[in-house]
Design a protein around this ligand. Structure first.
Ligand code: 5GP
Length: 183
């Protein structure tokens, strides 16, 4: 049976994982991006089934009980998880799948899929991470504080992952990511 490669992009919120991923997928449209489920409220412009599957807490907990997630975690007061079925279908068809998830979920993926490539994206500095989180103007002050608190722990976990990419200059970070994925 052919099995596709699984690639995980992790690192603190605000570091630019989404930007790197969009760019990587523009250059390699064959990569399949897993759409996560979350209990977070949609931000303006976010579309259900495109950006995330937006679920209530009880819907999410029901899916946990059904073992419907490959991994899930609680992050800054909300649940986030990777739906099992589409990921397994894509991989069984030999497609390469990318997940963009926080650190706790990435650890779970490592346990379930030891072959996965785990890439940790670092900010050039903590001050720059804070500047980016504030600059994107997406979250309340409370949410930003929770994300910054969590980022301190997440940054300490960087060494656990296969590859580290520092997102200082986006074009360079993309080249490093591309080199790691297509090594
Ligand atoms: P945001 O609320 O900014 O969209 O995402 C918050 C954090 O949750 C980000 O670090 C993002 O990568 C992570 N995240 C998104 N989807 C998932 C998922 O399915 N599982 C886990 N563990 N984290 C996720």
């Amino acid at each position: 049976m052919t099995v596709g490669k699984l690639i995980v992009l992790t690192g603190p919120s605000g570091v630019g994982k989404g930007t790197l991923l969009r760019s990587l997928r523009q250059r390699h449209p064959e990569l399949y991006l897993s759409i996560s489920a979350t209990t977070r409220t949609p931000r303006p412009g976010e579309v259900d089934g495109v950006d995330y599957y937006f679920l209530s807490r009880s819907e999410f907990e029901e899916k946990i009980a059904q073992d419907a997630f490959v991994e899930w975690a609680e992050f800054a007061g909300n649940y986030y998880g990777t739906p099992r079925q589409s990921l397994e279908t894509q991989m069984a068809q030999g497609h390469w799948v990318i997940l963009e998830i926080e650190v706790e979920g990435a650890r779970q993926v490592r346990r379930t899929f030891p072959e996965a490539l785990l890439v940790f994206v670092r900010p050039p500095s903590f001050a720059e991470l804070e500047r980016r989180l504030r600059g994107r103007d997406r979250d309340s002050e409370d949410a930003i504080q929770r994300r910054l608190e969590r980022a301190k722990e997440e940054l300490q976990a960087a060494d656990e992952f296969d590859v580290q990419v520092t997102n200082a200059v986006v074009e360079e970070a993309i080249r490093e990511l591309e080199a790691a994925v297509f090594a």
